[in-house]
Ligand binder design. Structure first.
Ligand code: GFB
Length: 352
């Protein structure tokens, strides 16, 4: 619906009110929105991947902040892996700011089953969008990394300077190599061509518009589906993958979107910056929280034949906290919302 047009208003996204925004904006963020701001309200913004979980949250965030000149393209209209098509799009639309949220993403099993696709699709998408942004003279680019780009045996919590200091976790190596290449491409393009930008590195994300496909989803949404479905069908046991000892840090995608828009409005953000809650839980603790939120009182069966993945992934969020940003949605609340959204989705379509 946003193709080639200025977005007229945000009535489709009523829960993002001014009050909500004001309440959570720290002083430094307000200062950043002063005269030095780099993301102008009337500037043309391209949100790549606007239908995905992250892209759609960024789009909602931008609309709530009063940005109206947003351009988007669906996958069918513009294949971001196609260099010629992406070049044509940039010549035609001439965006001034780019949020690169388009990516092939998935949980641990999807990553293990299709490492080639995760590597190829992401390399192509990000190379095309970052390179064309440079050629088109884009003022600022936001490229989203992922906490899986840190080494498998990384000291915890993981600081930005630990990148490239060790071997990657094998279960998501294809995806991580691509994302790492994207972060490096941003650095190299800044150094050689002066391309301005920021690469936020989010922890594990969940929230509105996430996939609930049990084979390919990330752990939180996958567990939401399993426990809600078990309650609905009266199933007494739910199977959870792995041993449950792996630790993960979670952030609701609305908080990520706020952080990303905040960073793009900041006059001089760090080139690479972790974005997370700063605390982690074991998968066992997560499963218990989701079971409780879904109202599941049965048994949990741990399928240790499935991989645990990286033992621990917890970001050091000191840089982001230093800029005055803190997430707003706690894990308990976020899980509750996700359970409600999954129930709504089931009710609306009759199936998930
Ligand atoms: O979100 P997730 O799939 O991926 O979480 P990663 C995997 C952890 O949750 C493992 C356990 O320890 C799994 O054993 N788990 C338990 C489950 N039950 C389930 C389930 O039903 N579904 C899933 N998916 N996991 C991903 C990377 O790693 O993290 C991506 O593969 C990306 O590349 C993403 O970086 C942020 O956290 O291990």
């Amino acid at each position: 619906m946003f193709r080639n047009q200025r977005v007229k208003g945000n009535s489709r996204f009523p829960r993002y009110g001014l009050l909500y925004r004001r309440a959570r904006r720290p002083e430094t963020a307000r200062a950043a929105r002063g005269k030095d701001r780099l993301l102008e309200k009337t500037g043309k913004i391209f949100v790549a991947g606007h239908r995905g979980m992250v892209g759609s949250a960024i789009l909602r965030g931008l609309l709530a902040e009063g940005y109206r000149n947003v351009v988007t393209r669906g996958k069918k209209e513009l294949d971001l892996r196609d260099t010629r098509a992406v070049s044509g799009f940039f010549s035609e639309e001439k965006p001034e700011y780019v949020f690169l949220a388009a990516a092939r993403v998935g949980g641990i099993m999807a990553n293990m089953e299709s490492p080639g696709e995760f590597l190829y699709d992401n390399l192509m998408i990000q190379s095309n969008v970052i390179h064309q942004s440079h050629l088109a003279g884009v003022k600022k680019v936001c490229f989203l990394g992922s906490s899986c780009i840190y080494p498998r045996e990384c000291p915890q919590p993981m600081r930005e300077e630990y990148l490239m200091t060790g071997k990657l976790e094998p279960t998501n190596e294809g995806y991580a190599v691509a994302k790492l290449a994207g972060v490096k491409m941003m650095e190299c393009y800044r150094r050689q061509y002066g391309l301005k930008g920021v690469s936020p590195i989010p922890c594990n994300l969940y929230g509105t518009n996430d996939s609930f496909d049990p084979r390919s989803a990330h752990v939180l949404s996958s567990l939401v589906r399993k426990f809600v479905d078990a309650v609905d069908t009266g199933e007494g046991e739910v199977t959870v993958w792995g041993t449950g000892v792996a630790r993960r840090e979670f952030l609701h995608v609305d908080d990520l979107a706020d952080a990303v828009v905040f960073l793009m409005t900041h006059p001089d953000p760090p080139e690479i910056i972790n974005v997370g809650s700063g605390f982690d839980v074991t998968i066992r603790e997560l499963a218990a929280m989701v079971a409780r939120a879904a109202g599941f009182g049965g048994k949990l069966h741990w399928d240790a034949s499935k991989p645990d993945g990286m033992p621990r992934k917890c970001l050091d969020v000191a840089r982001m906290t230093g800029l005055g940003f803190r997430p707003r949605i706690g894990l308990e609340e976020g899980i509750g919302r996700t359970v409600a959204e999954y129930r709504e989705r089931k009710k609306g379509t009759g199936k998930p």
